[in-house]
Ligand binder design. Structure first.
Ligand code: ATP
Ligand code: MG
Length: 324
């Protein structure tokens, strides 16, 4: 078994709001092995970005980690000084943001933005060397070197996204978190970028946490999948096995919510209703109000995420002595 690069234990994170504390990530635990690709899927508002920002220590001002541990390369990041965390960002772990296309500074050339990241972390590196590295990175993501001095608005959406991926990789981090990096792009560009990420990951052996609401996309590229619902992981395991045999009724619903990327456009439905308000989540299983298979016990107590098979975990009473 490869060593774990990231071990998250009982993480609780969220936001202080006028109406009280909102727990967008509520008692989440999982680990990521070196070189592994974990996909995180779930509907809008289930806490995916909050998890990503918590790991990166980039939560907004009203955001905070309430409890738990984020062990990265054996060191708990929760409670570390801001300056120490800042040193690690880009260098050891980096992120491609949900709105990556807008994350580039519109008034700076691509070259300057890449050079800035390098100079901030590698003291004393010359502009010439940094530019050379920037050009190499662009080449890796299939952007012609003559675009090095382009401004963001001179690039297509897909190119900007690839610049962000180049920037995330430029300091050779161990972990890259990608938060919906391809959602705004058309399917062909999306697939090209996914292929590129996969190729680069194999070449440079970084670990990836890839977040999207599009489960069908994740199944193809992830080693393991975490399905999130209302701040909780409700199913976790090998991507292919979850795809072939989803256990949690929410996972099944999510699977039917998207047309497959390949093959026939089968009939696809959706899950009626919407996720709960995280300021006042329902008692018991948070999916209870929308679940077709709900039983009496489900609204009494949240089911634990328990092993239901080989390296497979599901939080559902159907798999805890209940009937399937
Ligand atoms: N700054 C904030 N203050 C208060 N609540 C917030 C803040 N940011 C996010 N939230 C709330 O936290 C919950 C989780 O949001 P988050 O952005 O993590 O979800 P997500 O799964 O990434 O959704 P999406 O797929 O739409 O990106 C939501 O209920 C959201 O409204
Ligand atoms: Mg998000």
């Amino acid at each position: 078994m490869a060593e774990n690069i990231l071990e998250i234990k009982h993480l609780v994170a969220g936001y202080e709001t006028r109406l009280g504390s909102l727990l967008a990530v509520d008692d989440l635990s999982f680990s990521l092995a070196k070189g592994e690709f974990i996909g995180i899927a779930g509907e809008s508002g289930c806490g995916k970005s909050t998890l990503a920002y918590a790991i990166m220590s980039l939560l907004e001002d009203n955001g905070m980690i309430f409890s738990g541990e984020i062990n990265f390369k054996g060191k708990n990041l929760v409670g570390l000084k801001k300056a120490d965390l800042k040193k690690m960002r880009w260098d050891q772990m980096s992120m491609v943001f949900q709105s990556a296309m807008n994350a580039l500074n519109p008034v700076l050339k691509i070259s300057d933005q890449l050079v800035d990241v390098m100079q901030a972390h590698q003291k004393g590196i010359s502009v010439k060397k940094a530019r050379q590295k920037a050009a190499e990175m662009l080449e890796l993501v299939d952007i012609p070197v003559d675009r090095l001095d382009a401004y963001p608005h001179q690039l297509s959406g897909g190119m900007k996204q690839r610049v962000m991926i180049a920037m995330a990789m430029i300091l050779n981090p161990d972990l890259i978190i990608m938060d919906e990096p391809t959602t705004a792009l058309d399917v062909v560009v999306q697939r090209n970028i996914i292929k590129k990420i996969e190729e680069l990951r194999i070449k440079f052996d970084f670990s990836v946490i890839f977040i999207t609401h599009d489960l069908s996309l994740l199944v193809e590229i992830s080693d393991r999948l975490a399905i999130m619902y209302a701040g909780k992981i409700i199913e976790f395991g090998q991507a292919q096995r979850i795809y072939e045999q989803p256990e949690h009724p929410y996972t099944k619903g999510l699977m039917n919510s998207f047309p497959p990327l390949l093959g026939d456009l089968e009939e696809f439905g959706g899950i009626p209703g919407k996720p709960p308000d995280l300021l006042k989540p329902p008692a018991g299983c948070r999916f209870y109000p929308r679940c077709e298979k709900r039983m009496d016990i489900c609204h009494q107590k949240m089911p634990d995420l328990i092993n239901t098979g080989q390296e497979r975990q599901t939080a559902c009473y159907l798999y805890q002595g209940g009937h399937k």
